[in-house]
Ligand binder design. Structure first.
Ligand SMILES: NC(=O)c1ccc[n+]([C@@H]2O[C@H](COP(=O)([O-])OP(=O)(O)OC[C@H]3O[C@@H](n4cnc5c(N)ncnc54)[C@H](O)[C@@H]3O)[C@@H](O)[C@H]2O)c1
Ligand SMILES: [Zn+2]
Length: 507
């Protein structure tokens, strides 16, 4: 047998070196698979999977067994329709349903308590036992929790298989799914087990927001507002004006919500693409978060305080951060006033709730991942413009005394505010599971029958919700005062969202 001549251009050996301490050293490296994701926003995409499904799932996976992972609340409304849509597109798809809570301590539905290694293991076991191959795709269908969980699953199986996100919550559309960060929580903290791994495609169908509670939609809009305040005054106004005009209408207006997603993604994409070029790209997504993580955590653990959603805490955190900027002479007072004005006109809370004290916040700041001896944060010079240090960097180490003064100024403003103005009702979410107002084109099946199991119950909630506040007739509603973030009403006991340091959000 004739031997082929080896024709490789690579070196035959890479010799190690011996350093001055007589230690052998060598290294290996190769250029990695690029981190790259496509984002598709398409209204009605989930209704058209028979024709669109083969584009959303990459060709590599078309002959393989693929896995649709969905939490049980989203499954009730969209799971089987999406499964059937992919099957009608000729794809072999198997559905896995993960747990979710119809109500958590904040009074809202959430899958957060199930973003665990245990759920990860259950999913992985089911996938491994049912015909996975290296060409299989994990399709996440759900909010940020399912997106993050599936990202970690896809990055782990076979050391990395194809991932597609179909993100269904506003938080997913503006933030959680638009990233390479994939993770589950550990009992010692949030997002502690994870990886940086790209979804090949991230699909957003704004129609599905019809079934998400208004409070959850606003929660995701807060992250978009964060990009707006840091990057564009025009975007800030485009987000805030419709909410200020008629918040209930805006939160159910698919065109408005799609615009918010597009604007947010347009502004977030460069921070991801150019991540390593400047700490601007780290400080923008983290704007307001140093304070927010502390306030969010304390809201779950302070007597008499109703737990805040993450985006609500970010809204408050951005207002306190504006106070910091002013004390440090980075912005003028009008920029601080504008923060309070934009955030409250958007219907988000602006003030640290009564019951959370300055000392408590100070004690929690050290758990923020950007805390290095001192809290470190991005600051705004004006609306739409981040403050840049003389050396071209954007992160600012802030002394505890400055944070203290900022909180004093903030609380003074709060105590002087007219707290009784502008009350409106936001539903407590033990009604949300029964509260899908419709299901984005899925309510009526092609034979004309109501195919959505949640839709009957949905209309009752939807009606009472849309018609405004009636606290007495509905034990599941509470009034939420956007000026004080003070909540009244039912609170479910026994479900804990608590980790030792959940505010140390790695997102
Ligand atoms: N960069 C990042 O990786 C990043 C950024 C932000 C947030 N996150 C993560 O995202 C998670 C929060 O995401 P979330 O707020 O979407 O929480 P979630 O996934 O728990 O969704 C909230 C609730 O809404 C329900 N839901 C989702 N879509 C729905 C729809 N269309 N109709 C009706 N109900 C629907 C879910 O079942 C859940 O009960 C956190 O775990 C956070 O760490 C990650
Ligand atoms: Zn956030």
């Amino acid at each position: 047998m004739k031997t082929q001549t080896m024709n490789l251009t690579q070196p035959k050996v890479t010799p190690g070196t011996i350093d001055e301490d007589d230690v052998y050293r060598n290294r290996f490296a190769r250029p990695g698979k690029p981190l790259e994701s496509n984002i598709i926003i398409e209204s009605g995409a989930l209704r058209k999977l028979e024709t669109r499904g083969r584009e959303f799932v990459p060709a590599l996976c078309h002959e393989a067994k693929n896995y649709l992972v969905v939490d049980e609340i989203v499954d009730e409304v969209y799971g089987d329709k999406v499964l059937q849509g992919f099957r009608d597109a000729g794809l072999d798809v198997y559905k896995i349903v993960t747990p979710a809570d119809a109500v958590d301590e904040s009074g809202n539905p959430s899958a957060e308590r199930h973003k665990t290694l245990a759920v990860f293991s259950n999913c992985v076991n089911e996938i491994l036992e049912s015909g996975i191959s290296k060409n299989s795709c994990i399709i996440s269908l759900g909010g940020g929790v399912v997106n993050n969980l599936c990202g970690f699953i896809a990055s782990s199986l076979y050391r990395g298989i194809t991932l597609v996100h179909i993100t269904t919550s506003m938080m997913g559309m503006t933030d959680a799914a638009i990233d390479f960060k994939q993770a589950v929580n550990h009992q010692l903290g949030k997002n502690l087990l994870g990886s940086y791994y790209p979804a090949t495609n991230i699909v957003i169908d704004p129609e599905v927001l019809e079934t998400l509670s208004k409070r959850h939609i606003l929660n995701g809009i807060s992250e978009a507002l964060k990009h707006a305040l840091c990057q564009s005054r025009n975007m800030t106004e485009a987000i805030v004006d419709p909410l200020d005009n008629d918040i209930h209408q805006a939160l159910r207006n698919s065109e408005y919500l799609e615009m918010v997603c597009r604007e947010c993604i347009d502004h977030k994409v460069p921070t991801l693409t150019h991540y390593h070029e400047s700490d601007f790209n780290e400080m923008v997504p983290q704007y307001g978060h140093a304070i927010a993580h502390a306030v969010e955590h304390l809201s779950f653990h302070s007597k008499g305080v109703s737990p805040l959603l993450h985006g609500e805490a970010v809204a408050i955190g951005m207002c306190v951060t504006a106070e910091v900027s002013h004390i440090l002479g980075v912005c003028d007072e009008s920029t601080v006033d504008e923060h309070y004005s934009y955030v409250s006109r958007a219907g988000l809370p602006v003030y640290v709730p009564d019951g959370i004290g300055i000392e408590g916040i100070q004690n929690k700041l050290c758990y923020d991942k950007h805390y290095v001896k001192k809290p470190t944060m991005g600051l705004l010079a004006e609306i739409g413009k981040m403050h840049c240090n003389r050396d071209g960097s954007f992160s600012v180490e802030v002394d505890n005394e400055v944070i203290n003064q900022a909180l004093v100024n903030h609380m003074k403003r709060r105590d002087e505010a007219d707290r009784c103005s502008d009350l409106y009702t936001i539903e407590a979410s033990n009604t949300l599971k029964t509260g899908h107002p419709s299901s984005a084109g899925f309510t009526v099946a092609s034979d004309g029958s109501d195919s959505n199991p949640a839709s009957d119950r949905s209309h009752s909630r939807s009606d009472s919700m849309e018609s405004g506040s009636d606290r007495s007739s509905s034990p599941a509603t509470f009034d939420w005062d956007p000026m004080t973030a003070k909540t009244f009403g039912t609170r479910q006991q026994g479900i804990s969202n608590c980790y030792c340091n959940p505010w140390e959000c790695q997102c």
